[in-house]
Design a protein around this ligand. Structure first.
Ligand code: PLP
Length: 453
């Protein structure tokens, strides 16, 4: 029997969760063995779970959204005040004040000529909206038959059926099959290892050529869009070469294929710029965003495009009930104001580079580490069971390192062959230093236990 009221509450919460939660993306066996993890409180970069354990959250929550940490009073107040004043104004032509000012602010921050914003409630809806926008633009301009979309191996663009049709990652390929017709995939650049053992630059060139060949194969008049994340999350922070995205931009322009850049995970400061596209000097035709936009304080996403594309549509036939929700937009306005005022994005670039260097120094030489890479405050340690062949672990070694770090009080994530670290932008140097130390300790211990040292 639990000895205290708190212990009873925590047991009640866990058993309620077992009974009534349809857990997503986690095997039932893992829920049974590790239990549900219920966060009851958060402050800054720390969370407290239902068993009273305090953890350093170096993932900005499991979805990398909480870019300003927990318990931010300024954002909470902005939401509260907006809820009292005008919480929700409807859709179509009916806007609210923070929705209008947020769109204008994002237009100021976004790369190139991106100027028109359509709000949605998250990343998957942003993908759906982007694909529909691309198709409607093509139907109204020079390529009325274009309906096909090309995506990339390992891409993740969301969980709704349209977004799944351009998604490959997370073992979800079989769910949408047979997927919406006209969706195909090309190779994606990968750091450290690729299927042909090519150099990183050669493989990136190969991937860009693959896109061009696929457009020709599908028929340029039939291809509406190509969708890509500027930096892919799959297998840990896959930063492409600068020339890859520039070649992709040229190819899309040459064939009248709209370039949709998915900044859902990279946007709003994660990589040390407002948007990752800026690192590569490219202007997307359509850009999606969500997650860190509202720092996780409200469900919010958006799609942007330039005037010429928006103006080509007599009417954009697309609507979601909660598009541009006033309280969510008020949260995002506060989030952007804080990031600007505190200089958090240049700071992410600076402290992120130092953290990356410290992490590499502490772990790159360890026997099971193949590569350490990152940009801004987004980093990955890629593991291998053989430094010569760069072979991946097919057992649970990567997850074991993540579990060990959690036992030591630091939350990071396993992502395929790698471990990912994506702290809130307010993270302190002391938290980053602790993460480096805990990461090195966990890798060393797991390697030793498994006879891999
Ligand atoms: N696109 C990217 C690159 C993502 O990382 C995600 C979510 O992880 C999505 C789209 C889907 O966003 P959401 O989970 O908000 O629907």
């Amino acid at each position: 029997e639990p000895k205290t009221k708190d212990a009873a509450n925590s047991r009640d919460l866990a058993s309620l969760a077992y009974q009534h939660t349809l857990f997503s993306m986690v095997p039932q066996s893992e829920v049974q063995s590790d239990g549900p993890c219920i966060y009851v409180e958060g402050k800054g970069v720390h969370v407290t779970d239902h068993e009273g354990r305090q953890l350093l959250d170096m993932m900005s929550s499991t979805s990398r959204a909480n870019s300003l940490g927990y318990g931010n009073e300024e954002i909470a107040r902005a939401m509260y005040e907006q809820a009292l004043r005008m919480h929700y104004s409807g859709t179509t032509r009916f806007l609210s004040e923070p929705t209008v000012t947020l769109a204008a602010k994002i237009a100021e921050l976004a790369p190139g000529r991106l100027s028109k914003v359509c709000f949605v409630s998250g990343g998957s809806e942003a993908t759906e909206t982007a694909l529909k926008l691309a198709r409607q633009y093509q139907q109204n301009t020079g390529k009325p038959r274009a309906f096909k979309v090309i995506s990339r191996w390992n891409a993740y663009h969301g969980s709704t059926l349209g977004a799944l049709s351009v998604t490959d990652w997370l073992n979800v390929r079989d769910i949408p099959d047979p997927r919406a017709v006209g969706h195909s995939f090309v190779a994606n650049p990968m750091r450290y290892r690729n299927p042909y053992g090519m150099s990183e630059e050669d493989y990136a060139d190969h991937c860009a050529s693959h896109l061009e060949r696929q457009i020709q194969f599908e028929g340029p008049d039939l291809v509406a869009a190509f969708i890509a994340e500027p930096i892919m999350q799959a297998n840990g922070v896959q930063i492409p070469t600068k020339s890859y995205l520039q070649k992709v931009r040229e190819i899309c322009t040459r064939y009248g294929v709209l370039l949709v850049i998915d900044e859902v995970i990279t946007g709003f400061g994660r990589t040390g710029n407002w948007f990752a596209s800026e690192h590569f000097g490219i202007e997307p035709d359509i850009m999606t965003m969500a997650k860190a936009m509202s720092a996780g304080y409200a469900p919010l996403g958006a799609v942007m495009t330039r005037d010429e594309i928006a103006d080509a549509l007599p009417v954009f036939r697309h609507v979601h009930t909660f598009s541009g929700h006033a309280v969510a937009c008020a949260a995002a306005n506060a989030v952007i104001a804080i990031k600007e005022r505190e200089g958090l994005i240049p700071r992410a670039a600076k402290i992120g580079a130092e953290f990356g260097a410290n992490l590499a120094e502490a772990v790159a030489h360890l026997p099971i580490v193949g590569d350490v890479r990152g940009l801004g405050l987004w980093h990955a340690v890629d593991f291998t069971r053989d430094k010569q062949t760069r072979a991946v672990f097919t057992d649970d070694t990567v997850k074991a390192v993540v579990r060990r770090m959690r036992d030591l009080g630091v939350v990071v994530s396993a992502i395929g062959s790698a471990l990912e670290i994506a702290p809130p932008l307010i993270v302190g140097k002391e938290h980053l230093d602790r993460t480096v130390a805990v990461c090195a300790q966990a890798i060393t211990e797991v390697a030793k236990e498994r006879g891999l040292a």
